[in-house]
Design a protein around this ligand. Structure first.
Ligand code: ADP
Ligand code: MG
Length: 238
């Protein structure tokens, strides 16, 4: 677990600035939802925290240490995307253990961590299956399992449920909540679904055109939206 701090982050693609001076402090163990319309910079911000995208200006700190120069692996972060990107030729267990294998963990350690994560995510009976033999929800659970086995300091979720049907989204939402209650890992969860943000997050950060419009607890944003944009997004009349 670790705190995450963003200090005056800017991001430009050529002449186009897409993140404008964002500062944000996330506490150890906190669950933050990052919401905002398509194209407002959510994924770009997550990718900079993960180390997958260069930062134009500013610092990212994890656990009090500036990580700008660190590789994604060194940052000890796990990312869950909407496309699960499982390896089709590997079993569920192999998919979940693959990153640990790359890090040089021994077979017994890998087996133990995979079994533990499988119990947590109700995957124990599916460990020998291939991704093609799984439902969409099960694949998404494997993708989460792959993140959990690494015991990361921070989870980054980029719209992980947006490919699932409505019923499954509701179910997975409670599983993500239960998982966070168990592992208490600092989480940054990108979504454009305000219900997801309201039910999962300790705090919601509303982004618009690369800037923070407002941040607060779900209740604060619902009761006292700072402007019409936030009110429209969170779904209460301003
Ligand atoms: P969101 O995840 O909120 O939908 P993104 O972070 O993906 O938004 O994109 C923010 C802005 O940055 C958009 O205007 C997008 O077109 C632009 N953008 C994202 N990636 C690139 C890139 N590799 N090159 C140029 N522009 C990009
Ligand atoms: Mg995105």
């Amino acid at each position: 677990m670790a705190s995450v701090e963003l200090h005056n982050i800017h991001k430009a693609y050529g002449a186009l600035t897409v993140i404008h001076d964002i500062s944000l402090a996330i506490e150890d163990g906190e669950f933050i939802a990052l919401v905002g319309p398509s194209g407002c910079g959510k994924s770009t911000l997550l990718r900079m925290i993960a180390g997958l995208e260069e930062i134009t200006d500013g610092d990212v700190s994890i656990g009090g240490q500036v990580v700008n120069a660190m590789t994604p692996r060194e940052r000890n972060i796990a990312m869950v995307f909407q496309s699960y990107a499982l390896y089709p030729h590997m079993t569920v267990a192999e998919n979940m253990g693959f990153n640990l294998k790359l890090s040089g963990e021994t077979k017994p350690v890998i087996a133990q961590r995979v079994n533990e994560a499988a119990r947590m995510l109700d995957l124990t009976k599916l460990l020998d299956r291939k991704p093609a033999q799984l439902s969409g929800g099960q694949r998404q659970r494997v993708a989460m399992g792959r993140a959990v086995v690494r015991n990361p300091a921070v989870f980054l979720f980029d719209e992980p449920l947006s490919n699932l049907d409505a019923k499954l989204r509701v179910q997975m939402r409670s599983e993500i909540k239960a998982l966070h209650q168990k592992v208490q890992t600092t989480s940054i969860y990108v979504t454009h679904d305000q219900i997801e943000a309201m039910t999962l997050a300790d705090r919601i950060v509303v982004l618009n055109q690369g800037k923070i419009e407002q941040q607060g607890t779900p209740i604060e944003l619902y009761r006292q939206p700072a402007n019409l944009f936030v009110a429209g997004f969170i779904g209460s009349p301003a």
